[in-house]
Design a protein around this ligand. Structure first.
Ligand SMILES: *[C@@H]1O[C@H](CO)[C@@H](O)[C@H](O)[C@H]1NC(C)=O
Ligand SMILES: *[C@@H]1O[C@H](CO)[C@@H](O)[C@H](O)[C@H]1NC(C)=O
Ligand SMILES: *[C@@H]1O[C@H](CO)[C@@H](O)[C@H](O)[C@H]1NC(C)=O
Ligand SMILES: *[C@@H]1O[C@H](CO)[C@@H](O)[C@H](O)[C@H]1NC(C)=O
Ligand SMILES: *[C@@H]1O[C@H](CO)[C@@H](O)[C@H](O)[C@H]1NC(C)=O
Ligand SMILES: *[C@@H]1O[C@H](CO)[C@@H](O)[C@H](O)[C@H]1NC(C)=O
Ligand SMILES: *[C@@H]1O[C@H](CO)[C@@H](O)[C@H](O)[C@H]1NC(C)=O
Length: 416
């Protein structure tokens, strides 16, 4: 079965509403002064030419026309189905400009000879996905906070985001613990907080024999119990990006389902939480010629086309499980005004078997791992595109909350 045959909550059910909202935006924008700051979002996010602060005059007709024009030209589509196309301008950082690259993902340092894997961008079928704009991102998240909740792939994504933002600003470390698994960063110019909560299984887990002589690394999982390491910490965050890719310990899709149900339940039960929850969907690994513990490897150097593969077997099952649990959580959350969004990177990720460290996550003579890494992503690399998706979704949130606020104030006026 193919991914795009799935009944996609974002792609299908919500498209008409998005179109409607954009139409409303255009009407609304035509009637308000340019650059009107609403909910802390300056409108110039939507248009670069609105960055002259002395130019706030509602009579600046040309600029307003320009703004509406740009929004009209910005075609929307399902950004998550498409193909990878060459991008000679990439990458946008290197291992010398960004210190946030984790050693095990510093593929160039450890001798990966090819460079083409860094030179692609995602092209949705029906529109364009802009390349990540770090200044725009930081403007949107000004005064806000974002937390990654997940395993080492979530950390991989956060490090990619830090590197992409490094062209504008490096964050300062404001972690509340020396534990490397729980980092907190601050972008001081933008008062933006970025954090990661490491939770490999989303639920409570205890190492089976952490004090015993045989350090097996096996975990006892409590699928119904919150992992308080993160559930007690996230209440004040504006955005949460939750994910789970490491399924080695979970009794396949049953455990995966339970883990997500419990994690979403934790979020929906937070009394003061008002943020948006993004589910970053399952990132398939790419072991070929064997499983991870059977000498499997990922040696390709090019993306594959969408007609050459399909999400199958356990990957497909896990992906569908996520979507089902997401929909259940969204329904429950909506009742109390909580927003859930799908950051559906699975299809784009599936097509990038060339982006993993393989054996280049460490020096060849080091015995640090016994298997090839076809799970994490080289930096720079395809995972940078997840930030392109994220920024596009945050822009949609700007438009949505703008419209909500506008309609709200209109309702109020009508009531008077
Ligand atoms: C807005 O800023 C960008 C980059 O700083 C600049 O290229 C552009 O000309 C500016 N536009 C206006 C109208 O000032
Ligand atoms: C901003 O606009 C004003 C008048 O429209 C102009 O005099 C000024 O040079 C502009 N400043 C910048 C930085 O573009
Ligand atoms: C960066 O990558 C180059 C190879 O492109 C390598 O020689 C160098 O050691 C790496 N530097 C760091 C700081 O990782
Ligand atoms: C920074 O943002 C936080 C919310 O994340 C807010 O409470 C605080 O007042 C902001 N500080 C400044 C100096 O704007
Ligand atoms: C997955 O989890 C297991 C146990 O928690 C751990 O040993 C392993 O390194 C993890 N794998 C990845 C790719 O994170
Ligand atoms: C996939 O599509 C491309 C371009 O449309 C075409 O050249 C190629 O032959 C197709 N491959 C398969 C396996 O159908
Ligand atoms: C790696 O392991 C092999 C075989 O176990 C051993 O001969 C070699 O000395 C080890 N290398 C390092 C750098 O530890």
């Amino acid at each position: 079965m193919k991914v795009d045959a799935i009944d996609h909550p974002l792609a299908k059910n919500q498209t008409p509403r998005i179109v409607l909202q954009i139409t409303l935006t255009l009407i609304v924008l035509a009637t308000i002064p340019l650059c009107y700051p609403l909910l802390g979002y300056p409108l110039f996010l939507l248009k670069n030419s609105c960055n002259n602060s002395s130019d706030h005059s509602p009579s600046s007709h040309d600029s307003r026309e320009g703004l509406i024009g740009e929004l009209q030209r910005e075609k929307r589509c399902d950004i998550f189905s498409g193909e990878w196309v060459p991008n000679p301008e990439a990458p946008y950082y290197t291992n010398t400009t960004c210190w946030a690259i984790h050693e095990n993902q510093n593929c160039r340092k450890y001798g990966r000879p090819d460079t083409e894997f860094m030179k692609w961008r995602w092209k949705p079928d029906g529109c364009d996905l802009p390349i990540f704009n770090p200044a725009q991102f930081l403007e949107i998240v000004r005064g806000k906070s974002l937390a990654f909740v997940g395993d080492s792939v979530a950390r991989n994504q956060m490090q990619s985001l830090i590197c992409l933002l490094s062209r504008v600003e490096y964050p300062v470390d404001v972690s509340y613990t020396p534990d490397e698994r729980f980092k907190r960063w601050k972008y001081t110019t933008y008062n933006f907080t970025l954090a990661i909560y490491w939770t490999p299984h989303l639920v409570k887990a205890k190492e089976a024999d952490s004090n015993g002589p045989t350090h097996t690394g096996l975990f006892n999982l409590y699928l119904d119990e919150f992992d308080e390491e993160w559930t007690t910490q996230i209440e004040d965050f504006d955005y949460i990006i939750i994910s789970a890719d490491n399924v080695t310990d979970l009794p396949m899709s049953y455990g995966y389902r339970k883990a997500f149900r419990t994690a979403f339940k934790a979020i929906n039960s937070l009394e003061n939480f008002k943020g948006i929850t993004f589910l970053r969907t399952f990132a398939p690994s790419h072991f070929e010629n064997g499983l991870w513990n059977e000498g499997g490897n990922c040696v390709r150097t090019k993306p594959i086309r969408s007609n050459e593969t399909a999400l199958e077997g356990i990957d497909f099952e896990l992906y569908m499980t996520q979507l089902e649990e997401f929909k259940i959580a969204e329904k429950l959350g909506n009742k109390r005004g909580l927003k859930f969004r799908l950051l559906d990177t699975t299809q784009a990720t599936l097509l990038r078997p060339d982006g993993h460290p393989s054996r280049y996550g460490h020096l060849p003579n080091e015995n640090v791992t016994l298997y090839n890494d076809c799970v994490h992503w080289c930096l720079p690399g395809p995972i940078d595109t997840w930030s392109d998706f994220l920024l596009e979704m945050l822009k949609m949130e700007v438009i949505r909350s703008y419209n909500d606020e506008k309609l709200h104030s209109k309702d109020k006026k009508n009531d008077d």
